[in-house]
Design a protein around this ligand. Structure first.
Ligand SMILES: [Zn+2]
Ligand SMILES: [Zn+2]
Length: 131
């Protein structure tokens, strides 16, 4: 019973994170999971997020001045963060953006997480409107 409940929570957390292009924060995930499992606590959501990260099923996107976001899309892609509003968008480079020949031999095949910083369209429009 306990195990079943635990895995339902885990499934609900995974489903909430896996919505493509969403990059929810833990609070977003909590709000979404609570619609399905009203008794779930924020602590449980955090614990499940950590476990899913450890299992390599999702990963955490650290945001320097805000809450971390979570990514459930396993396809390799990059994240571009708006430094003004903190929104995260997916970037699909046409080629490997790392110059591997410049890397030392023992990490030429290394995995990586690149964070790009660029003002989003919405914030750019607002800046224009103000000028
Ligand atoms: Zn923005
Ligand atoms: Zn993404």
């Amino acid at each position: 019973m306990t195990i079943q409940r635990r895995s339902r929570q885990r499934d609900a957390v995974l489903a909430a994170v896996s919505q493509k292009g969403q990059h929810p924060t833990a609070e977003d995930v909590f709000a979404r999971v609570r619609e399905e499992l009203p008794n779930v606590s924020l602590g449980t959501v955090y614990r499940n997020l950590d476990q899913l990260c450890d299992a390599g099923m999702i990963w955490k996107i650290p945001i320097s001045d805000g809450p971390s976001r979570y990514e459930g899309n396993p396809e390799r892609h990059l994240h571009c963060i708006c430094p003004i509003c903190g929104s995260v968008r997916d970037v699909w480079p046409s080629d490997d953006p790392i110059n591997r020949s410049a890397l030392p031999e023992d990490c030429k095949d290394a995995d990586y997480r690149l964070l790009l910083l660029s003002v989003c369209d919405g914030c750019r429009d607002q800046e224009k409107g103000r000028a």
